[in-house]
Write a protein of this length. Structure first.
Length: 322
């Protein structure tokens, strides 16, 4: 079966015998993955756990979660947990649910385990299309990684059609999430309207082409990250960056160095606009003042070096002339 084969290949490439944790919603993708994981774990002697996250977003969510847990037990999962979560925070329902889910899975997994997620080729295509529409950079367009410890996505080359067929062959009845047909959600409209139109206009093959684009860009992103790490090793000086030396590097490398360094300094939520403005202190230096960054930080260039400082109240307004 295609799903089992994809999982076996992924685990063989990973090259370890880590315990497996399967995140299962009861939908076709995660249910097919759970069945494959049960089969492979039994053959390879791996520890296996199933986790069902109950987001509480629908009246019947507790019942759906309980049914998914029962299906995992029927698939011979020795350890099954249902984790209720509270969905709240910025970014809309989709983003808040994603945060709550990943946090719950992180807490539930044993140390050293890998968490198997049922993302498919179709999910990858939607992710790339979202990034394109939002004007995101290469890192976003590179999509989801198959292995981003502890998150494992062994089905990124498998379609939803394949996971649905796998469930049918095994006699499994997946849950049909009503949110997957709710046009209020961006991904639902991409899935139901945009991608079918692109398939019609471009005469098919759009989802595999988008997933292939993600794979190619991910290789480029990884290569640039390696270059940026080497450059950073040369220009980082006791909590500062040598702006003069960094100015000789291409903008794409400079901004990668800046991004990694600023994140390490505690500056979070960096947008492309923040990075480009910060980069102006290197590549377009004219003696300008400091640049305000999220979290009440200020990036300043002094004597050819970049340093991050904590700003006072109203820093952004003062630096922008407000």
């Amino acid at each position: 079966m295609a799903v089992r084969t994809a999982l076996r290949r992924f685990l063989a490439a990973a090259g370890n015998a880590a315990p497996l944790v399967v995140a299962c919603s009861g939908g076709a993708d995660s249910l097919a993955l759970a069945a494959a994981a049960s089969h492979v774990a039994a053959r390879e002697g791996r520890s296996l756990r199933g986790v069902v996250v109950d987001h509480g977003l629908q009246e019947e969510s507790a019942e759906v979660a309980s049914t998914a847990a029962d299906q995992l037990r029927a698939l011979d999962f020795p350890d099954v947990q249902v984790l209720p979560v509270r969905v709240s925070g910025a970014g809309g329902t989709e983003a808040a649910a994603r945060r709550a889910r990943y946090e719950a899975l992180e807490r539930a997994r044993p140390d050293g385990s890998m968490v198997l997620l049922g993302h498919t080729l179709d999910d990858q295509a939607e992710t790339v299309l979202l990034g394109l529409g939002r004007g995101s950079g290469a890192r976003s367009l590179a999509g989801m990684r198959a292995w981003d410890e502890p998150w494992a996505r062994p089905l990124l080359e498998i379609t939803r059609e394949t996971t649905a067929r796998s469930c049918a062959e095994l006699g499994l009845v997946p849950w049909q999430d009503p949110h997957n047909s709710d046009g209020r959600f961006t991904r639902v409209r991409l899935r139901g309207e945009v991608l079918p139109l692109l398939e019609e206009v471009l005469q098919g093959g759009v989802a595999p082409a988008l997933a292939r684009t993600a794979r190619q860009l991910r290789e480029d992103v990884d290569a640039l990250d390696v270059v940026a790490a080497r450059v950073r090793g040369r220009v980082e000086l006791a909590g500062a960056l040598d702006a003069t030396a960094l100015a000789a590097e291409p903008p794409a490398v400079r901004r990668r160095v800046l991004r990694g360094w600023l994140l390490q300094q505690g500056v979070a939520e960096l947008s492309d606009a923040h990075l480009r403005s910060a980069d102006a202190l290197i590549g377009d230096w004219r003696g300008q003042g400091g640049h305000a960054l999220p979290g009440n930080f200020v990036l300043r260039r002094t004597h050819g070096r970049l340093q991050v400082e904590r700003g006072g109240r109203g820093t952004a307004e003062r630096l922008s002339g407000g």
